[in-house]
Design a protein around this ligand. Structure first.
Ligand code: B16
Ligand code: MG
Length: 215
């Protein structure tokens, strides 16, 4: 049996459902460019970086753009997204998250964020959760997007623990692949049939408990 010393959490889809705000902002961009962007399309953007998300969106709309136009579009989308998440508050923390963070802390388990988002500080501050995290690794600190393991390896190194002592909580396949590539245990958050290669899958963090994170 391994001795887990740290838990690393993805943000969107694990701690808070910001995907709905990403969707509103991407949908607004698509509509300004003259095409429809559906909720089903939005599933393809979960856990994916901002610029990669834009590439997927433009391919759906069959739109070609040069690099400077793409940067402007991504900035416009982000302005809209930030407008939405500025109104976030702790009522939007997903069920079970806060209790689990408290339980981990009481048991001496270190806690890190491992997110692709460049807006993670604004989100954690608005949710009043920043102080629960011993390390915050997000899209501002890493250069390689999930499924590259960089975000989780940096999290482990900031917490001064070994990858084998870490459990990652992730809702996106790219994140599960990143955790496995980092040589960490991973608990998928969502539906078992769509999250491949996770060591365990919970529907949400309300099912998480300290006894369940030993392997
Ligand atoms: P931003 P996560 C990801 O967050 C989202 O799932 C993804 O949809 C988004 O494109 C990405 O962050 C970048 O976010 O535009 O705020 O920098 O799941 O890795 O916490
Ligand atoms: Mg996610």
């Amino acid at each position: 049996m391994s001795k887990i010393k740290a838990c690393l959490f993805d943000l969107d889809g694990v701690v808070v459902d910001t995907a709905k705000y990403h969707y509103l902002a991407w949908e607004r961009l698509a509509s300004s460019l003259g095409f429809n962007f559906t909720k089903k399309d939005n599933e393809r953007l979960k856990g994916v970086s901002r610029m990669k998300s834009l590439e997927i969106l433009l391919s759906i709309g069959n739109i070609k753009a040069c690099d400077s136009e793409k940067l402007k579009m991504a900035q416009q989308k982000n302005n809209w997204y930030v407008e939405y998440i500025s109104k976030l508050d702790s009522k939007e923390i997903l069920p079970g998250v806060k209790n689990f963070l408290i339980e981990l802390r009481q048991n001496g388990i270190k806690i890190a964020l491992g997110s692709a988002s460049k807006n993670s500080m604004l989100i954690l501050n608005n949710l009043n959760l920043t102080s629960y995290f011993d390390a915050i690794v997000d899209g501002n600190k890493v250069s390689k997007a999930k499924p590259d393991p960089e975000v989780f390896l940096l999290g482990a190194s900031e917490l001064k623990v070994q990858p084998l002592e870490c459990v990652v909580f992730e809702d996106a396949q790219a994140g599960i692949d990143a955790a496995k590539a980092a040589n960490m245990k991973v608990i998928g958050i969502g539906q078992k049939d769509v999250l491949l290669n996770a060591d365990k899958v919970f529907e949400g963090l309300r099912d998480a408990h300290i006894d369940l994170i030993e392997f």
